[in-house]
Write a protein that binds this ligand. Structure first.
Ligand SMILES: Cc1cc2nc3c(=O)[nH]c(=O)nc-3n(C[C@H](O)[C@H](O)[C@H](O)COP(=O)(O)OP(=O)(O)OC[C@H]3O[C@@H](n4cnc5c(N)ncnc54)[C@H](O)[C@@H]3O)c2cc1C
Length: 436
């Protein structure tokens, strides 16, 4: 590997971390996956990214890209290849306060984005965790705390700076290269390396936040009533549910966020959730958006959470789907089920407007299992749930395959994604392996 450092251009000096480097143990792995890359490169500019791609090409090494290293598929590291860790590219700038236009570099963590924007009265919807990186969310989707009010993260991306696999640097917006902009908003991982995103932020002060616990009956009627409340207007209300297994019964741990800085409005919009069954309120308060993706989440990733995860979407919560969710949670070998409300603003875009085509579903359903036997356990649990789902979100899939590609990018969306991946990266340098 000394050869690799010698062969690399001078601009990468000190930025190539090989196994003999004391930084290597901290950089080799991601949240879920132990990696043994030949080297990790730490680019500080678009030129560095292009130089790293050239170096990989000349050394015949395959490439993995990472921003916040929270990817569930572990594609942010590899064995024997070159990993581009974009963590040093983490600037967040308000370009135009009146237009609420923000430029966020790919390696920023969402906790830092929230912290930087809050004093300006702005926020960008991301996900529920402050340590997740801008790059993975903004190239895949972004189902956040306020998703029904403000849509997905990709819905508000107006431009992306990209380094293509051949090292070309491109700015993609609606006028210059709309095809590249389209594919980067939902299927970016196979098209190019995003360096920075221009995103229309939301004007946001305090929000209402509540944590509730609801007993779930065996027939899942509680879940049907939850789905009913969260799919009806007002779109100010977004919720996330974890189904907790309690042996033969289940409980729904509900986090609800109301996009309003008025506590009476927040109370009014939360009230219907109290009617879905036996519900206990654990806390209800007004919080700042950075409190929902706090800097307390920031940590180094060292494969501390090996797991298997898959997901699907529901248009409505049928009786059979609700019963299947309870069964998957209360089985002898249960899977961990999470539900997120969709609908609202996520339905405002045409399905063809971005590579995230799912614009009619109302619930995102995520299932996870943990070692040992996590793959088998997930397969068994998912067998109950799979018949009910319609479409999937690429970012909650730990085992990408041709079948999961079709769920994430159905029909003509998938055809267009494949065509554009081939156009922008003809040799498939960046394409996720199972999708090559
Ligand atoms: C604890 C946790 C909570 C989560 N919560 C949510 C949530 O609430 N909502 C939600 O939508 N998702 C959520 N996710 C899923 C999350 O969207 C994905 O895991 C996402 O890929 C993580 O992004 P990252 O940059 O941290 O990951 P990384 O591991 O750095 O990247 C994952 C993959 O994305 C691609 N990628 C990353 N950066 C770039 C780039 N600059 N250019 C091109 N491709 C790139 C690469 O293929 C990379 O391998 C959560 C995940 C975890 C682990």
């Amino acid at each position: 590997m000394k050869n690799l450092r010698r062969a690399a251009p001078a601009q990468l000096a000190g930025k190539i971390v090989t196994p003999d480097d004391k930084r290597y143990p901290r950089l080799r792995s991601t949240y879920t996956t132990v990696g043994r890359p030949a080297a990790v490169v730490l680019p500080e500019s678009t030129d560095d990214i292009a130089a790293a791609l050239r170096t990989a090409h000349e050394a015949g090494l395959w490439v993995a890209v990472r921003s916040g290293d929270h990817g569930l598929a572990g594609t942010g590291t590899n064995d024997d290849g070159l990993v581009l860790d974009l963590g040093a590219l983490h600037r967040v700038d308000v370009l135009d306060r009146r237009a609420r236009l923000v430029r966020a570099e790919t390696g920023a963590r969402w906790a830092r984005v929230a912290q930087t924007l809050a004093p300006r009265g702005l926020a960008i919807g991301s996900g529920d965790h402050g340590n997740v990186g801008v790059g993975g969310i903004a190239t895949g989707g972004g189902v956040g705390w306020l998703v029904r009010r403000y849509g997905l993260t990709v819905d508000r991306i107006r431009a992306v700076d990209v380094v293509l696999a051949d090292g070309t640097v491109v700015r993609a917006d609606a006028e210059t290269d709309p095809d590249l902009l389209w594919v980067m908003r939902g299927a970016g991982a196979g098209a190019g390396i995003a360096v920075a995103f221009e995103i229309e932020a939301m004007e946001l002060g305090a929000v209402g936040y509540a944590q509730l616990v609801a007993a779930v009956d065996p027939a899942g009627e509680t879940l049907r009533r939850w789905a009913d409340v969260t799919t009806r207007d007002p779109r100010e209300l977004s919720t996330a549910v974890v189904l907790a297994s309690q042996g033969a019964t289940a409980a729904a741990l509900i986090s609800a966020v109301v996009a309003s800085d008025d506590h009476r409005t927040a109370q009014r919009f939360l009230a219907p959730l109290l009617e879905i069954g036996e519900v206990a309120v654990q806390q209800a308060q007004m919080v700042r958006y950075p409190d929902l993706v706090p800097t307390a989440h920031l940590h180094t990733n060292a494969a501390q959470m090996p797991s298997s995860t898959t997901n699907g979407m529901l248009t409505g919560m049928s009786r059979d789907a609700a019963r299947a969710l309870v069964r998957a949670t209360t089985a002898a070998d249960p899977v961990l089920v999470q539900l997120r409300s969709l609908g609202g603003a996520t339905h405002d875009l045409d399905p063809a407007a971005t590579a995230f085509a799912h614009r009619h579903q109302n619930v995102l359903l995520v299932a996870s299992a943990f070692p040992p036997h996590d793959k088998d356990r997930l397969a068994a649990g998912w067998a109950h749930l799979a018949p009910h789902v319609d479409g999937a979100y690429v970012n909650f899939e730990s085992g990408p395959s041709r079948a999961t590609f079709q769920q994430a990018y159905p029909g003509m969306t998938g055809d267009r994604v494949r065509d554009l991946w081939k156009r922008y990266d003809p040799e498939g340098v960046l394409r996720p392996r199972p999708w090559s």
